[in-house]
Design a protein around this ligand. Structure first.
Ligand SMILES: *Cc1c(COP(=O)(O)O)cnc(C)c1O
Length: 491
């Protein structure tokens, strides 16, 4: 069994099995004709249950054969141009290469003595990202597992900076279209049940700043503390960007921490033509970026950035075995203080301890393609969304909600004949399910003002306007079929 450990003796078998694995995945990618096979839970579950985990196959080829049956054959493929579902992206090859390197070397980015070099690479990328945001010279940050964790950490810092021992008085202001991780964070941070103040959005699903101003005013009047304003730069459903400059002004006026959740919109930081859409983000106290959404990186790759590096101390804890207090603090000789003080331990800034070297993927991406290369891909999908919106707006079968700033389209099928809204809801829901079951395309769904809508999240530059048109025809076909059957039943 030792022969399976990756060491110098097994380097040859590492080469062989990784090459074979790459070969299989590459073949799957080259031959998948649809984003999905349409397999059901009932079909797949028995195959996976039947595998005896105490009877190893002993060799990679056999395990890969099996994997093909239990996973690869029926996986949902985000690289397919008709995968238009959630905020998942096809990945760039330099990042996949980085992924292969980082898991084989297996650095852990908690302390320097486990990640020599890696820590410095991560820091350069944090500085690069903070520079693109415009956070200033005192900025810092750390890679995280995702936007959920980034938002949690940002709000932890905001809570600590609010400097109160009455957490029930703290309020977080955010729009009704912001990500649910804001609510979840408030709960995890022990804030009161009314801590999150949800603000209405305008027609374009952007936070209404007059409402924000009114709520901040009320908060002050009632003796509550405006802990943070969470602006979203790219809402999950609509890709809408809150008015960042106006929000920054209000944050300043009321002494609230300004967090910008750019989990989705962060791709604009590298965009050769659309960076201005993020104007005002430079005023943030903290920013969430998900490279695994709009930088075409494999899951997971995210970061939280802060304007003032010193605020990261709220995440610092010391363990004697890992990152002991700098010697100066505990009164040891100065020589140790110098050495200890200079050693960069990223664990001091993170909610995690053992942590993947996810930064390497972005590093390889920038070193091979450059920022314009990856930002150009995001521009392409934003342009595609505009073209898709034109198509939807001119299509009498559909009602489309918001003209996109980024790359999502929210719409619903509306039949020509007058029918009740509940039936239209069901027809759209049915169309989405039927499409998924066929595997021909994958689309998402969401609710708008209580009604069932469908959503395209466009993150694949290979998707064309023709793909969009074809999927719209498929959706209409399924919806019409549903209405046909149900109207017949009703009569
Ligand atoms: C996806 C998303 C998140 C959550 O990020 P994860 O990486 O899925 O944890 C947070 N905010 C917004 C706006 C998002 O779109």
């Amino acid at each position: 069994m030792r022969s399976h450990l990756l060491n110098d003796v097994t380097a040859e078998s590492y080469r062989r099995s990784v090459t074979e694995g790459v070969e299989r995945v590459a073949n799957r990618l080259a031959t998948t004709r649809q984003p999905f096979t349409g397999v059901t839970v009932d079909e797949l579950a028995p195959t996976i249950s039947a595998i005896d985990l105490d009877q190893p196959l002993g060799d990679a080829s056999a395990a890969l054969d099996e994997l093909d049956r239990v996973y690869l054959r029926d996986a949902v493929y985000f690289h397919h141009p008709r995968y238009l579902g959630h905020l998942n992206c096809p990945v760039v090859i330099p990042a996949v290469l980085g992924e292969a390197v980082l898991s084989a070397v297996n650095s852990s980015l908690d302390t320097w003595d486990q990640s020599v070099g890696g820590t410095l690479i991560e820091r350069r990328l944090i500085d690069w990202t903070a520079g693109r945001i415009g956070l200033g010279d005192a900025a810092d940050g750390v890679f995280t597992s995702g936007g959920t964790q980034s938002n949690l950490q940002a709000l932890l810092l905001a809570r600590e900076e609010a400097k109160t021992d009455e957490p029930h008085r703290l309020r977080i202001f955010t729009s009704e279209s912001s990500h649910f991780s804001v609510q979840k964070s408030a709960k995890l941070l022990g804030l009161g049940r009314d801590a999150v103040v949800s603000l209405p959005t305008d027609r374009d699903r952007r936070m209404q700043t007059p409402a924000l101003a009114a709520e901040l005013e009320r908060c002050q009047r009632e003796g509550a503390i405006p802990m943070a304003i969470v602006a979203t730069a790219g809402t999950t459903d609509f890709g809408s960007i809150d008015p960042l400059p106006e929000i920054a002004e209000l944050a300043e006026r009321y002494g609230a921490w300004m967090h910008v959740d750019a989990a989705y919109g962060c791709g604009l930081l590298a965009s050769p033509t659309r960076r201005h859409l993020l104007d005002g983000i430079e005023h943030a106290d903290s920013v969430t970026v998900d490279y695994h959404k709009s930088f075409f990186q494999p899951v997971s790759s995210s970061a939280v950035l802060v304007r003032d590096a010193a605020t990261l101390r709220h995440a610092t804890y010391h363990a004697d075995y890992l990152n002991p207090r700098p010697m100066a603090e505990v009164g040891e000789p100065p020589l140790h203080a110098v050495l200890g003080g200079r050693i960069p331990n990223q664990v001091d800034k993170s909610l995690q301890t053992t942590r993947r070297f996810d930064a390497l993927k972005l590093w390889m991406t920038l070193r091979v393609m450059g920022a314009d290369g990856v930002g150009g891909l995001f521009d392409e999908v934003c342009e595609l969304a505009e073209a898709g919106w034109q198509a939807l707006a001119g299509d009498p079968r559909y009602d489309v909600v918001v003209r996109p700033q980024l790359s999502t389209l929210v719409f619903r099928y509306v039949p020509e004949a007058v029918t009740g809204p509940a039936l239209i809801d069901r027809a759209n829901l049915y169309a989405r399910k039927a499409l998924f079951a066929s595997g021909a395309a994958v689309v998402a769904g969401t609710k708008v003002d209580g009604r069932q809508y469908l959503k395209f999240t466009l993150l694949n530059p290979e998707t064309t306007v023709d793909d969009i048109a074809a999927v719209l025809d498929l959706i209409a076909g399924h919806a019409e079929q549903y209405l046909g059957e149900n109207l017949v039943h009703a009569s």
